[in-house]
Design a binder for this molecule. Structure first.
Ligand SMILES: Cc1cc2nc3c(=O)[nH]c(=O)nc-3n(C[C@H](O)[C@H](O)[C@H](O)COP(=O)(O)O)c2cc1C
Ligand code: SF4
Ligand code: SF4
Length: 349
């Protein structure tokens, strides 16, 4: 048993497919070797920070995946609301999209995922003693198949070693700021973080749909950490509050959740088409402004976004209704890459 700097370790973990949770378990294993009591608290809607008071300092970790070069909104909100008066040091660990090519491990990119929570916690008066990114296997199976078991094992074992080294360091009173190594790149990508936060995530929430294999068990709605799925006529309907954590798609026991790739491409094409053929000419006629002029540029961008939003929400509503017809569901399924067996699902092992 070593001399303890901290009285207890509390880990707040948001995780879609288990990567951040697995890292929390590695940290707990190491902390237990140090004889430090550790509590893992899974973040979902309604979870509030522990208000445990202690004479001796606590150590508090915030663990989450990176979403759109940013912190997932549920964790952002949690950190914003986190009380100022807890006697604690804090650290931040974001899991990212790690890949492996031959023997080379490729990292993901954090953007605001470290800087933003670190900044908020600093403003609240906390000492941030650790900022660690962790390149676990990418779980974004809307855009690529799930990572295979061999690569997954190898990436995960590497992350276990890094996590345990990081944990030993911070538990012995040292600071570890590996996240700052990519600071210039993270800052350069911030405009994309904003685009994702204000637009991208809403669009992505409408790229999930059930197929004809759905047996209406309701598990996806029950397990969604942010209650973003409602059962409409016994079938899951994804609301705009979905954070694309990928839990539902990877854990549906009937493999009944798809990303309808061809449908999504057609919707995007239609938005561009309607904009070019109807909206732009109409705006030009009404205002006389050219799309390149200062005010014109913003007006045309705003109308494009409004049109996109309207088309996406209304076509999604229609899609949800039509999927109850087996023939229609089959057409959508067979034009979705997620339907085929080679397009694996992903769960942290
Ligand atoms: C919608 C979405 C956006 C993502 N954006 C990023 C990103 O900006 N940078 C990155 O490195 N990884 C990104 N990822 C990958 C995840 O952060 C990564 O796989 C993480 O380890 C998943 O952790 P979890 O299993 O705890 O949810 C994204 C994944 C999803 C689903
Ligand atoms: S999509 Fe899957 S988890 Fe959700 S209700 Fe249907 S079968 Fe159940
Ligand atoms: S709806 Fe699915 S992807 Fe969206 S937040 Fe809930 S579990 Fe995650």
């Amino acid at each position: 048993m070593m001399l303890q700097i901290y009285s207890k370790l509390i880990l707040y973990v948001f995780s879609g497919t288990g990567n951040a949770y697995k890292i929390a378990q590695f940290i707990k294993e190491k902390a237990t070797e140090f004889g430090l009591e550790t509590e893992i608290i899974k973040l979902k809607t309604g979870v509030i920070p522990s208000t445990e008071k202690s004479e001796k300092k606590l150590l508090i970790g915030f663990l989450m995946p990176t979403h759109g070069f940013n912190v997932p909104p549920i964790m952002q909100e949690f950190v914003f609301k986190f009380p100022k008066d807890i006697n604690a040091d804090v650290f931040i660990l974001n899991t990212r999209a790690g890949l492996k090519m031959h023997k080379l491990f490729l990292p993901g990119l954090s953007g605001l995922a470290q800087i933003l929570p670190a900044f908020i916690l600093l403003l609240k008066g906390y000492k941030v003693i650790g900022m660690q990114p962790m390149d676990m296997p990418s779980n974004w199976i809307s855009i690529h198949p799930g990572v295979g078991p061999v690569v997954q094992k190898s990436i995960s074992e590497r992350c276990e070693r890094i996590t345990k080294k990081f944990t030993s360091k911070i538990l012995t009173g040292k600071s570890a700021y590996k996240a700052l190594w990519s600071l210039p790149l993270d800052i350069a990508i911030i405009p994309v973080s904003f685009l994702y936060y204000f637009f991208g995530r809403f669009f992505l929430s409408k790229t999930f749909i059930y197929n004809y294999n759905c047996n209406s068990c309701g598990l996806c709605a029950k397990e969604c950490p942010v209650h973003a799925i409602e059962m409409h006529n016994d079938k899951p309907y994804w609301k705009l509050t979905c954070e694309s954590c990928m839990h539902c798609m990877n854990f549906c026991p009937s493999r009944a959740i798809e990303t309808p790739h061809v449908f999504v491409a057609l919707v995007w094409w239609s938005i561009g088409f309607i904009n070019a053929m109807l909206v732009i000419p109409w705006l030009k006629y009404q205002t006389g402004l050219a799309p390149e002029s200062g005010l014109g540029y913003w007006l045309y961008q705003a109308s494009y976004i409004a049109l996109g939003f309207l088309v996406i929400v209304s076509t999604y509503y229609m899609l949800h209704y039509l999927m109850r017809f087996r023939w229609f569901s089959k057409v959508i399924s067979f034009t979705s890459l997620t339907h085929f067996n080679f397009w694996r699902r992903y769960k942290a092992q």
